[in-house]
Write a protein that binds this ligand. Structure first.
Ligand code: NAI
Length: 252
């Protein structure tokens, strides 16, 4: 039920952090994994790691804010493996400033990277998934899909929007057997949050105090949900929004 043998999965920003954690899960379940990211050296290292797990893997350069780069992705994947079954929209950035300090260009950069890219990529994979008779799209939201934060107006808007985009795509493509779901990670120890810990005083203590599980998550905590949402096990699950947060979002 959870086996992904022969399936082709694309993970954007999949060469580190949560993306690589999910890529490892998909690889262990038998998928061929495309690491679609900007930093070539990091992508090469990620591919080597996935190959050591026994998977086939491929690095494709991708800048999710560049429409030409997005247009080149699907042909690069189908040229290698002839199909594309799973898309994980994981690439994301945050620029931590209150709204009165955030420049319009910074707002647009965050929205372009976190929200518009997910729309463009979903749109790019739709024809091949429809032709194949189905597919899986997994969008990576955040606790800021639910909560607000003074330092994250653009990030919160993008991640809230991603949940609503998920529901619209899920509704539109359910009859094509394409399931579209969102995962909301809690506080996971990655480059992104290491930077946040430096920039937001008291964040570390807050996370440990507020997370019922009493710890930061690690990228591998996201592997299981990625396999579930990529596999036959979730064929009747669509438009769902699944927190993976050690309980952060359920406790006052
Ligand atoms: P990370 O910084 O390690 O990974 C983000 C990835 O996105 C990097 O590989 C980066 O190069 C890539 N990326 C950024 N802009 C890109 C672009 N224009 N084109 C292609 N790739 C681009 O951070 P992390 O934590 O692994 O984040 C992954 C996702 O999880 C992001 O969407 C983030 O918002 C989300 N998230 C992370 C949480 C955490 O606690 N670490 C919590 C909630 C959500």
């Amino acid at each position: 039920m959870f086996e992904l043998d022969g399936r082709v999965a694309v993970v954007t920003g999949g060469n580190g952090g949560i993306g690589l954690g999910m890529a490892r899960g998909l690889a262990r379940a038998g998928a061929r994994v495309v690491v679609a990211a900007r930093n070539e050296a990091k992508s090469k290292a990620a591919v080597a790691e996935l190959e050591r797990l026994g998977a086939e893997a491929l690095a494709v350069p991708l800048d999710v804010t560049d429409e030409a780069s997005i247009a080149a992705l699907v042909p690069a994947v189908t040229a290698r493996w002839g199909r594309l079954d799973i898309l994980v929209n994981n690439a994301g950035i945050n620029i931590r400033k209150p709204a009165h300090e955030l420049e319009p260009a910074e707002w647009r950069r965050v929205l372009d990277t976190n929200l518009t890219a997910a729309f463009l990529l979903a749109r790019a994979v739709y024809p091949v998934m429809k032709r194949q008779g189905g597919g899986k799209i997994i969008n990576i939201g955040s606790m800021l899909s639910i909560f607000g934060a003074a330092f994250a107006p653009a990030y919160g808007a993008s991640k809230g929007g991603l949940v609503q985009l998920t529901k619209s795509l899920a509704s539109a493509w359910a009859r094509d057997n394409i399931q579209v779901n969102a995962v909301l990670p809690g506080w996971i120890d990655t480059d992104l949050t290491r930077q946040a810990r430096r920039e937001v005083p008291g964040l570390d203590e807050l996370v440990l105090r507020r997370t019922p599980a009493g710890r930061w998550g690690v990228p591998d905590d996201l592997a299981g949900v990625a396999v579930f949402l990529a596999s036959r096990a979730s064929d009747f699950v669509t438009g769902a929004v699944i927190p993976v947060d050690g309980g952060f979002s359920i406790q006052l």
